[in-house]
Design a protein around this ligand. Structure first.
Ligand SMILES: Nc1nc2c(ncn2[C@@H]2O[C@H](COP(=O)(O)OP(=O)(O)OP(=O)(O)O)[C@@H](O)[C@H]2O)c(=O)[nH]1
Ligand SMILES: [Mg+2]
Length: 461
């Protein structure tokens, strides 16, 4: 999909805007350049709809029979969500009746909206920038109150305003630097100016802080992929059940109980965790278990953080490198984010010294629940979550990578200036950095990327 054919799509689109299933009310939304035919066809010719006011009406089929009764609202362009004329029909929320209404609109000339097409039109008509359009999707998909709050903040434009502010600061600096390049014979050496250096270093530190806040937003939105790994019978499945608060996984005293990968979602202080339970890691002749172990390694490789579970009744506390040498043999070059969990604390001999918790290791009992709340805090810390109720806005991985590239370019530009007094290179780096930031709000976003972003939205959005 290219921007050209995005823009050419000015035909009338229709979709059910409410969630699938049955409910008291169901909403159908239409958007197009002129919806008068639809108003005449649906609620009878001659009805005048006052802008943005609810009118009670019957909705008719082609033969004039009543399909449903409800409210109808017209939002004339440009004061609507999409910037075009929008019509909303609020009928009864049953799937059959809503389908009938949609079909009636199609009969009158509309076509079914593609996923995200309403938001896409809002973006193309400058009602929302790209980061705000994404925030609409994030708000609808939010899996915790915190995630919803941060999406609202982005939707209100807080995120975009910050981005534009950075872009403007980069432009100011560029103008300064480019003037210095164009007029080298001037008496004053602009590039050696302290004010320039101060502006640049402030820009760098503000960008770094901004990236850290955006990372928190991305955590709230995407959650964390955590993998439970360890030897058979260490208590991985028991821990999964204890953390999830339900008997999701089968637990037995047979080593090799878990074969397949099992996924559970839980919510820790508003941060969604996707926890994966895996087969115990060992050499085995059982071909089913071999497959399970292979899958376990696959999950370990993809995880944001790993919980390495050890049966404390059979292992002394020791560094991870000697507890789990296979990991370091397989991935010698990675910086692992692994928490060692010494499980089965309840089985330790009376009087045995308790496990002292460190940043990356803890003693727990999946059976009695000892240590679990500390473990949860340790997990949040390990993935870099800091409790900061205010100021976080929803951010996506694509935003993080753009901000981080922009930050790297600014750092690189500063080096060019300091080492080589190379104003041209600094100006070039700033221009690139500015382009990366503008990608976030959609000013410099490629058509392909726009297609990918909007098609991930749901229909009717
Ligand atoms: N006493 C005690 N027993 C535990 C604890 N956690 C797990 N167990 C027992 O240890 C045995 C193995 O537990 P699982 O949770 O199935 O272990 P697993 O690591 O998933 O094992 P596999 O799936 O075979 O790899 C079961 O009999 C559990 O009841 C614990 O904290 N204390
Ligand atoms: Mg298991």
């Amino acid at each position: 999909m290219t921007l050209d054919n995005l823009q050419n799509n000015t035909d009338t689109i229709v979709a059910i805007a409410t969630a699938p299933g049955r409910g008291g009310v169901g909403v159908i939304r239409l958007s197009g350049s002129d919806l008068s035919t639809y108003i005449d066809g649906l609620i009878g010719s001659g009805r005048v709809l006052k802008p943005r006011q609810a009118h009670y009406a019957s909705f008719y089929d082609a033969e004039g029979a009543v399909l449903d009764q409800g409210l109808v609202l017209s939002f004339p362009a440009p004061n609507s969500f999409t910037g075009e004329q929008v019509l909303e029909l609020h009928g009864h929320g049953g799937p059959v009746i809503l389908d009938c209404l949609v079909n009636r609109c199609i009969e009158l000339g509309a076509r079914l909206a593609r996923p995200g097409e309403f938001s896409e039109r809002a973006f193309l008509n400058d009602k929302l920038d790209l980061a705000q359009a994404e925030a609409v999707a994030d708000l609808i998909d939010a899996s915790s109150t915190q995630a919803a709050r941060s999406a609202v903040r982005s939707l209100q434009g807080e995120f975009s305003i910050k981005i534009r502010d950075f872009v403007e600061r980069m432009i100011v600096i560029r103008v300064f630097v480019e003037a210095a390049i164009d007029f080298p014979e001037e008496e004053i050496d602009f590039l050696a100016d302290n004010a320039l250096r101060e502006k640049l270093s402030l820009l760098r530190s503000d960008l770094e802080r901004f990236l850290a806040t955006a990372e928190q937003g991305a955590l709230l939105r995407d959650g964390i992929n955590l993998v439970l790994a360890g030897k058979p019978n260490a208590g991985k499945s028991s821990l999964l059940n204890a953390l999830a608060g339900q008997d999701a996984a089968i637990v037995t005293d047979v080593a090799g109980t878990t074969r397949d990968v099992l996924r559970e979602k839980i919510n820790l202080d508003g941060v969604p965790l996707n926890i994966v339970d895996t087969a115990g890691l060992r050499e085995t002749d059982d071909i089913v278990e071999q497959q399970g172990v292979l899958r376990a390694w696959g999950e370990i490789e993809k995880a944001d953080a790993i919980l390495y579970v050890v049966d404390a009744a059979n292992h002394d506390k020791q560094p991870l490198e000697s507890l789990w040498p296979e990991y370091f043999r397989r991935f010698p070059d990675t910086q692992p984010n692994i928490i060692s969990i010494f499980n089965k604390q309840d089985l330790l001999q009376k009087g045995a010294s308790p496990y002292s918790t460190t940043e990356k290791s803890i003693g727990v009992s999946a059976k009695t629940g000892t240590g679990l709340s500390d473990l949860k805090q340790l997990i949040l810390k390990a993935v870099g979550y800091k409790e900061q109720a205010e100021g976080v806005f929803s951010a996506r991985r694509r935003h993080l990578s753009a901000i981080s590239k922009a930050t790297q370019l600014v750092c690189h530009g500063i080096e060019q200036l300091e080492i080589a007094n190379a104003g041209e290179l600094l100006a070039e780096d700033l221009r690139e950095a500015q382009r990366y930031l503008s990608e976030i709000t959609g000013e410099f976003t490629s058509d392909d990327l726009l297609g990918v972003i909007f098609s991930s939205f749901c229909i009717g959005k």
